[in-house]
Design a binder for this molecule. Structure first.
Ligand SMILES: NC(=O)c1ccc[n+]([C@@H]2O[C@H](COP(=O)([O-])OP(=O)(O)OC[C@H]3O[C@@H](n4cnc5c(N)ncnc54)[C@H](OP(=O)(O)O)[C@@H]3O)[C@@H](O)[C@H]2O)c1
Length: 364
C-alpha cells in the first residue's frame, strides 16, 4: 500500500487518543484524517496536531452519514475507535469503503473495527461461574451470518452457542460479512478488548465503564453492581489496547494480518481477573472517603435502577440490557495477537485493582 491515508474515528476518546499518541511516535508521517466533533475547541485541536504531525481534522459526528461515507471512500484504511454499537456510522463506513473498492478493485481498502468481548458474555446475572475461556482462533462469525446463534469451536468438534443478542455482535457480523465478500473486496479485522483499565495519556483519561459507574454511584448514593457482581472479565491496560491496534495496523500494512473470517482478535491479558464487586468496592470506599457517596463499599443496584439503565440504552440504540454486559463473565485468550508478537506489557506492570484509585481520581 503506497502512502496510505487513515480515516480515524474516536481520536479524542480513551482508547483512540492513547492510540493516536503511539501512532504519532511510530508512524509520524502517515496521513491521518480524524473525525472530531466540537472541532473548533482550540485545546483539542492543539493536542491532536501536537501528537500527530500529519493529521487533518474533519469536523463531524457519528451521525454525519455523508461526511463519514465520503471520508471512508477517500481512505485506504479506516480505524473505528469511536463506537462499536453505532449502526448508522458503521453502515456509512462500509458504504464508503464499497465505493472505494469498486473504484480501485486491485487495492482493497482495510477496515480496523474495535468491538469488545461482550460478544462472549455468559449472562450469569452477577454470579461467578467457571465460565469457558474462548480463544479468538475458534471464533467463527463468518458462517453464522444468517443463523440465530454464533458457534464457537473450542475442542475441534465440540460446538458451543453464543446468543446473537449479546452486545456488539450484529455490527461485528456485518464487518466480517464485508470482509468475506469476494465481489466487492474489503479487508477487515476486528479487535475485541476485554475490560479496559488504567489512566490514558490521551485527552480522555478514564475508561468508559468507570465513567458510567461513577455516575451510577452518585445517583444511588453508593457504588454498586448488577446482581452480586461476582462475575468478571479478562482485563487489559489501555496502553496495551493501543499497542494491539498498532500491531494489527502494522501487520495489515505488511500484508501479514489475519483478515476477513480470520480477522478476529481478542485483546486481553491472562493476569488475575477482578470481579465487578471487587472493583466497585475499591471505588465505593474511595468515593465514601471523599464524601461523594453516603455508603462505603459496593451493594447491588436495585431492579428499578437497572431497568432505567436498560431503557436509556435502548433509547440510544444499544440493544444490550446491561445484564449481559455488566452481569456476565467474559473469559478470553488473545491467541492471534500473540502470534503477531504482541504482549500485554503494561497490564503486567500494574493490576486493575492497584490502578483503580488513580483512575477514579482522574475521573472526578
Ligand atoms: N472502555 C472499555 O473498557 C472498552 C472495552 C471493550 C470495548 N470498548 C470499545 O472500544 C471503543 C472505544 O471505547 P472508549 O472507551 O475509548 O470510548 P470513549 O472514551 O467514550 O471514546 C469515544 C470516542 O468516540 C467519539 N464519539 C462518540 N460519540 C460520538 C458522536 N456521536 N460523534 C462524534 N464522535 C463521537 C468521542 O468523541 P468525544 O471526545 O467528542 O466524546 C470519543 O472520541 C468503543 O467501541 C467501546 O465500545 C471499550
Amino acid at each position: 500500500m503506497n502512502d496510505p491515508v487513515i480515516f480515524l474515528l474516536g481520536a479524542t476518546g480513551y482508547v483512540g487518543s492513547q492510540f493516536l499518541i503511539i501512532l504519532g511516535r511510530v508512524l509520524p508521517n502517515i496521513p491521518v484524517r480524524a473525525l472530531v466533533r466540537s472541532s473548533s475547541d482550540s485545546e483539542r485541536q492543539a493536542w491532536l496536531h501536537g501528537v500527530h504531525l500529519n493529521l487533518t481534522i474533519i469536523d463531524g459526528t457519528l451521525e454525519d452519514v455523508n461526511t463519514i461515507q465520503d471520508q471512508a471512500e477517500k481512505a485506504d484504511i479506516v480505524i473505528n475507535l469511536a463506537s462499536c454499537d453505532h449502526v448508522v456510522c458503521t453502515e456509512a463506513i462500509l458504504s464508503g469503503l464499497r465505493k472505494r473498492s469498486a473504484n480501485k478493485p486491485s487495492q482493497p481498502p482495510f477496515l480496523l473495527h474495535v468491538s469488545g468481548t461482550g460478544i462472549i458474555s455468559d449472562n450469569a446475572r452477577g454470579e461467578a461461574r467457571d465460565a469457558k475461556v474462548y480463544s479468538d482462533l475458534d471464533l467463527d462469525l463468518e458462517s453464522h451470518v444468517s443463523c440465530d446463534f454464533i458457534f464457537v469451536s473450542s475442542l475441534g468438534s465440540l460446538y458451543d452457542r453464543l446468543p446473537k443478542d449479546n452486545p456488539h455482535l450484529e455490527i461485528d457480523i456485518s464487518v466480517v460479512k464485508a470482509g468475506t465478500n469476494k465481489e466487492i473486496p474489503i479487508r477487515t479485522a476486528t479487535i475485541f478488548p476485554g475490560m479496559i483499565y488504567g489512566v490514558s495519556e490521551g485527552i480522555q483519561k478514564t475508561t468508559a465503564w468507570l465513567r458510567a459507574f461513577l455516575e451510577f454511584a452518585k445517583i444511588n448514593g453508593h457504588s454498586g453492581t448488577w446482581g452480586k457482581g461476582l462475575n468478571s472479565i479478562n482485563n487489559i491496560h489501555v496502553k496495551d489496547v493501543a499497542s494491539a491496534v498498532l500491531t494489527v495496523l502494522q501487520a495489515a500494512l505488511e500484508n501479514r494480518a489475519y483478515e476477513g473470517a480470520q480477522g478476529i482478535y481478542f485483546a486481553s491479558s491472562q493476569e488475575p481477573r477482578a470481579s465487578w464487586h471487587e472493583c466497585m468496592t475499591v471505588i465505593g470506599n474511595h468515593l465514601y472517603e471523599k464524601g461523594i457517596v453516603s455508603k462505603p463499599g459496593s451493594h447491588p443496584f436495585s431492579d428499578e435502577f437497572i431497568e432505567s439503565i436498560k431503557a436509556a440504552n435502548l433509547s440510544r440504540g444499544i440493544h444490550a440490557d446491561g445484564w449481559s454486559l455488566f452481569g456476565g463473565n467474559q473469559f478470553s485468550k488473545p491467541e492471534r495477537l500473540a502470534k503477531l508478537g504482541w504482549e500485554p506489557v503494561e497490564t503486567k506492570k500494574r493490576s486493575i485493582l492497584d490502578s483503580m484509585k488513580d483512575s477514579v481520581e482522574a475521573a472526578i
